[in-house]
Design a protein around this ligand. Structure first.
Ligand code: NAD
Length: 496
C-alpha cells in the first residue's frame, strides 16, 4: 500500500527499501520502509551543494522563483490524495487531517507566489540634501529546516516556499519518525525543478537522519538560517549552538495552549471547539488545547457535556472514518500514562485516557482522550505532554483567568470564549494573553497560513508562514545614495 503510494509519488524504491532504519506506521505498527540514516559527512556534502546552488538561485528574479513554487503547488494539487494518504500512514492522521496538511502546503505555495512580486523594501527620507535612502532585501543563503513528526510535510512547506521565493536553497531534515513523506515531497519537487531551466541542481535537498544529522545542519557555518520545529528540549540545544556562530534561527517549539471559558460563552460553540482542538490529531498538535480554564459557574456543565461528547468520538484506523487515530509510538503512550499518574498524585480526577483497540492493534497505541479536573495549575499542567489530555481548572475572576493562561513556560496559542466585548478585548490587549496566537470564540488550533505563526517564551519566539514572516529568510540592507556634488555629513558634523 505505502510502496504503491511512494511509487506514484515518484520516490525511487532504493530510498525506502534499503538501509538500517526501519519506519513503522503508527496505524498498526507495520514496517512501511527502511531508510539509510545519513551521517555528518553526508550532510556536509549536501550543504556544500546547496551553497553552490545559492550562487545561481539568488540571481534569478524573484517572480521567476515564484513561478517555480506555482508549479510545485500545481504538482501538490495533482498528488494531494496520494500525499495526504501517505501522511496518514506515516504520522497516523485521519484522512481529512492528512489531506488538510497537503492543503496547507498548497495554500503556502499560493501565498509565496504572490509574495514573490511583493518583497518590498522602503524608501526613507534622508536628512541630507541631494541624498536618498532605501531599504532593500536580499537572499540570505542556505536555509536548514528541521521538522517534527506531527506535521511531517506542512512545516517544511511553510519554510521552503518562503525560503525559495526569497532566493535561498533549502536542506531539510525531517523527523526520523516520518522520513517517507519527506522523500515524497522531494521527489515531487525534483519532478518540477527538472523542467524549470533556471532552477540549479540541489536547490532543495532532504537529509534523512536523526539528531546527529540535525546537529550537522545546526553547526555548519554555510547554513545561514536554521528553522527548527520540535520540542522545547530540542530548541534548548539548537538555539545556543546557532547563536554561537551568529547565524539566525526560527524556533517553533512546544505549546501549552489554554481556553478561557467565560460565563457568557456560547457553550454549544465551545463544546465543538474544545472537541476539535483537544482531541484532533490525537492531541499531537503544537496548538492542541491542553488547559481549559472555566468559570466556576459553567465548569460543571461543560465537563459533563465534554464527557458525553468524548464518549461518542470514534477511535480507530485513521483511514477508515475515525476522528481519533493513534499516538505516534509507545514512548508517547508511556508519557501520557505517566502524566495521568502524576495528575492523580497532584489531586486530579481523571476521566478516560485508557489504551484502546489493543487486541486489534497490538503494536499500535490508540487511547481514549482524557479529561482531568485539577484543583489548580500544578506542575503536570505546566508541562506539555504530547497526547490528548485536557486539564480543567476553575476560575472566579477574569484577571485571574488571564494570569493562569500566562503562568506556564510556553507561549504558543490561546483563546477566550465570551460574548462580553470587554473580556474579548482585554484578552487580546497588552495586559492579556502573552501568546503568539490569541483568538476569540475559536479554538487555539487550526491556524490559517495568512497570519504569522509562532509563539513566545519556551515556544521559541519564531514566526513562520504568513504576514511578514518572509523577512527572516532575507538579509536587510540600508542604502544611501548621494546624487549631489556635495558631501554633507550626518548629525551636522563638519570635518574640514
Ligand atoms: P523532537 O524535538 O523530538 O524532534 C524534532 C526534530 O528535531 C526531529 O527532526 C529531530 O530529529 C530533531 N532534533 C532533536 N534533537 C536535536 C538536536 N539536538 N539538534 C538538531 N536536531 C534535533 O520533537 P517531535 O517529538 O518530533 O515533535 C513534537 C514536538 O514538536 C512538540 O513539543 C510540539 O509542540 C512541537 N511542535 C511545535 C510546532 C510549532 O510550530 N511551535 C509545530 C509542530 C510541533
Amino acid at each position: 500500500m505505502v510502496a504503491a503510494l511512494l511509487d506514484r509519488l515518484g520516490v525511487d524504491s532504493s530510498l525506502y527499501q534499503q538501509g538500517d532504519h526501519a519506519v513503522h506506521s503508527p496505524i498498526d505498527g507495520s514496517r512501511i520502509g527502511t531508510v539509510h540514516l545519513e551521517g555528518r559527512a553526508e550532510v556536509e556534502q549536501k550543504i556544500a551543494r546547496a551553497a553552490e546552488a545559492f550562487q545561481a538561485w539568488r540571481k534569478v528574479p524573484a517572480p521567476r522563483r515564484g513561478e517555480l513554487i506555482r508549479q510545485y503547488g500545481e504538482a501538490l494539487r495533482q498528488y494531494k490524495a496520494e500525499l495526504g494518504e501517505l501522511v496518514s500512514w506515516e504520522a497516523g492522521k485521519i484522512t481529512q487531517e492528512g489531506l488538510g496538511e497537503v492543503q496547507e502546503m498548497i495554500d503556502i505555495c499560493d501565498f509565496a507566489v504572490g509574495l514573490s512580486r511583493q518583497l518590498y523594501g522602503l524608501t526613507i527620507a534622508s536628512e541630507r540634501p541631494g541624498h536618498h535612502m532605501r531599504e532593500t532585501w536580499h537572499p540570505l543563503g542556505v536555509v536548514g529546516v528541521i521538522s517534527a513528526f506531527n506535521f511531517p510535510v506542512a512545516v517544511w512547506s511553510w519554510n521552503a516556499a518562503l525560503a525559495l521565493v526569497c532566493g535561498n536553497p533549502v536542506v531539510w531534515k525531517p523527523s526520523e519518525k516520518t522520513p517517507l513523506t519527506a522523500l515524497a515531497c522531494q521527489a515531487l519537487f525534483e519532478r518540477v525543478a527538472k523542467n524549470f531551466s533556471e532552477a540549479p541542481a540541489y536547490l532543495s535537498q532532504v537529509v534523512i537522519g536523526a539528531r546527529e544529522a540535525g546537529e550537522a545542519l545546526v553547526d555548519d557555518p554555510r547554513v545561514a538560517l536554521v528553522s527548527a520545529t520540535g520540542s522545547t528540549r530540542m530548541g534548548r540545544e539548537v538555539a545556543p549552538r546557532v547563536a554561537a556562530r551568529f547565524a539566525r534561527s526560527v524556533l517553533e517549539l512546544g505549546g501549552n495552549n489554554a481556553m478561557i471559558l467565560a460565563p457568557s460563552a456560547d457553550l454549544d460553540l465551545a463544546v465543538r471547539a474544545i472537541l476539535f482542538s483537544a482531541v484532533g490529531t490525537a492531541g499531537q498538535r503544537c496548538t492542541t488545547l491542553r488547559r481549559l480554564i472555566a468559570h466556576e459557574s459553567v465548569k460543571a456543565e461543560i465537563v459533563e457535556r465534554l464527557k458525553a461528547a468524548y464518549a461518542k468520538v470514534r477511535i480507530g484506523h485513521p483511514l477508515e472514518g475515525s476522528l481519533i487515530g493513534p499516538l505516534i509510538d509507545k514512548p508517547s503512550f508511556d508519557g501520557m500514562q505517566r502524566a495521568l499518574e502524576q495528575a492523580r498524585a497532584e489531586g486530579g480526577k481523571v476521566f478516560g485516557g485508557e489504551r484502546q483497540l489493543e487486541a486489534q492493534f497490538p503494536n499500535a497505541y490508540y487511547v481514549s482522550p482524557a479529561i482531568v479536573e485539577m484543583p489548580g495549575q500544578s506542575a503536570v499542567v505546566c508541562h506539555e505532554t504530547f497526547a490528548p489530555i485536557l486539564y480543567v481548572i476553575g476560575y472566579r475572576d477574569f484577571d485571574d483567568a488571564i494570569a493562569l493562561n500566562n503562568a506556564v513556560p510556553q507561549g504558543l496559542s490561546s483563546c477566550v470564549f465570551t460574548t462580553d466585548v470587554r473580556e474579548a478585548e482585554l484578552f487580546q490587549s497588552a495586559v492579556g494573553s502573552d501568546c503568539g496566537i490569541a483568538n476569540v470564540n475559536i479554538g487555539p488550533s487550526g491556524a490559517e497560513i495568512g497570519g504569522a505563526f509562532g509563539g513566545e517564551k519556551e515556544t521559541g519566539g519564531g514566526r513562520e508562514s504568513g504576514s511578514d514572516a518572509w523577512k527572516a529568510y532575507m538579509r536587510r540592507q540600508t542604502n544611501t545614495v548621494n546624487y549631489s556634488h556635495e558631501l554633507p555629513l550626518a548629525q551636522g558634523i563638519t570635518f574640514d
